[in-house]
Design a protein around this ligand. Structure first.
Ligand SMILES: [Cu+2]
Length: 123
């Protein structure tokens, strides 16, 4: 009887581990609004980034409007290593981050401690 219980617990844990590593964690994607020769998108910062993936049009100057609604100091900076951007995000203020869209590609951003991540896709 004990053996059966132990096996069931073991299988449940294995199942959980498989789900944790291989399960689909949904990624929210958003495309910037293009108006004339400008594009912009709002990104909410709250326990992560929403949307987490931002799609931009190549060659159109882009602005990401970050608004931090999370009191945690973990998210009080946003860093784009590829663009040399390290922007402070005061709580409940919207900070504009200009992105150079001249080169297509995927560029990651992160919080100041590199714990939360987002991505800009330029195409
Ligand atoms: Cu952090």
């Amino acid at each position: 009887m004990i053996k059966i219980i132990v096996s069931i617990i073991g299988l449940t844990m294995i199942g959980f581990i498989i789900w944790w590593f291989f399960g689909k964690h949904e990624v929210e994607e958003g495309a910037a609004d293009v108006t004339g020769h400008q594009q912009s998108i709002d990104v909410e910062v709250k326990g992560g980034y929403s949307p987490e993936v931002v799609v931009l049009k190549q060659g159109v100057p882009a602005t990401l409007n970050f608004t931090r609604k999370d009191p945690s100091s973990c998210l009080d900076r946003v860093v784009f290593p590829d663009f040399g951007i390290n922007q402070a995000l005061p709580q409940d203020e919207t900070k504009k981050v200009q992105i150079d869209t001249s080169k297509a590609g995927e560029y990651e951003w992160a919080c100041g401690m590199d714990m939360f991540h987002g991505k800009v896709v330029i195409k």
